[in-house]
Design a protein around this ligand. Sequence first.
Ligand code: F6P
Length: 560
Amino acid sequence: MSNKIPAPIDATHTDAWLRLNLLRENLKPDLRRWFADNPTRAAELSFTAGDLFVDLSKNLINKKIVQELLQLAEEVKLAERREAMFTGQHINVTEDRAVLHTALRAPADAGLVVDGQNVTEDVHATLEKIYAFADGVRSGEWKGVTGKPIETIVNVGIGGSDLGPVMVYEALKPYVRDGIECRFISNIDPSDSYNKTHDLDPETTLVIVASKTFTTLETLTNARLVRGWLLDALEAKGAITPEQRGAAVSKHFVAVSTALDKVAEFGIDPNNAFGFWDWVGGRYSVDSAVGTAVAIAIGPDNFRDFLAGFHTIDEHFRTAPAAENVPLLMGLLNVWYVNFLGAASHAVLPYAQELHRFAAYLQQLTMESNGKSVRWDGSPVTTKTGEVFWGEPGTNGQHAFYQLIHQGTQLIPADFIAVATPARPQQDEGVDVHEVFLANFFAQTAALAFGKTAEEVRAEGTPEHIVPARVFEGNRPTTSIMAPALTPSVVGQLIALYEHITFVQGIVWGIDSFDQWGVELGKKLALEIAPAVQGDNAALEAQDPSTQALIRYYQANRTR
Ligand code: F6P
């Protein structure tokens, strides 16, 4: 194997796995009794990581299970793998790359040198360049081609070059400077670029084209569409002459990429480009130059706090004792649910409207990372991997899908996330609305854990034939995560927490959580099918019957 990364240890062959199987067989989940029998259960299973208070006590675990899960981590040599990541070994085996998103938020004196590159120096030099640019845009010193200051940032990117910046921008809206708005174009559906640009003033718009590879079809197409819109709109209002189109691009387009040569080919001045490195995975990149839109919106000081938040959790993950290590425990808990209790999905339910894109962000982070069927040595996985992550902010989810979590037949572990101090406090008839909101959070996690017995339902005078429908079994596992407020640092901490949870699961399953070969086939086929869609009959005939029929339907029904 390349880079001397040892072959994965098969978790299912460890002693801990066998003992966990026995524990599962004898498990009789009874959170009511477990809490009644042990008055200190909540305290024993609550932990702190940075500003995050994490209560694991409403999970289907006991001391013995936690002990064996930690033993499992030892047996698969999780600590060694973690150190391999932090020190820049090429743990992304299939792409032969280091995995160093943790270096993006390490302090300037970290002094990390990997593969002959002074990673820390490079990271901080780029950060200073981004901060200077962000300051220039925020102060109005950076002007559009007609001399007007920038008011709207349009980020064009997809996947990791979109989901992170959108999610963080939304999460930190209260920190966004008045007079600056960010919009995000990702989908190649032309409606997306139209909807995000048609009402903008091109004179005050700055476009960031964000693409790690600078080859992604969606992003390059959208970047060309937006460039066309911006230049045409400037010309149409007489703001520039046709000869000034190039000058307008240099004032209104910047790029974020690892491929600065391709940025230049696109026509963006490499001086207006912010680089990053192949050891930053797309879904781990919001803390790199990919966060430039966010850095402009919230300002360099807040962005520094955001990065410091990540680093706090990195340090915790790297150094906290295993029994108190929150990402380690949460990652192992997910293994417990997926591999021993049969969970196929995991809900993430933020009780903070600002986190309304958090689940979407986590879907790429977790599912592109751990949706794999082979291990990093190419051998098949030996157990289930990659549960589905999903969610919506509370209380919206309560009125939509919580029914299934409460009374359905599937086990769905859920993470509830809330902050003590709201971003936008409001009173309704003398009542603090945040308190009503949080009461829902607390009520839901209690109801899921403790349920409602038939006796309790009957005691309410419920007619007997309705009693079964109103019984809540309880024992539906939840983790509660709370923080003082949704500050830039806390947002960074939450992201890093889930990054490391994802890492832990990947190591137990023996998979390379940092490649994404599974998205390649569809991309390639789309390119092959495009001529068929555009009317090339030979290409159409080469498709399977179902695809041919769909394309014919399209051709018959398309109006122009
Ligand atoms: O969907 C595959 C993927 O490669 C993601 O991993 C990545 O975040 C996204 O495409 C966008 O890639 P790029 O930043 O290179 O445009």
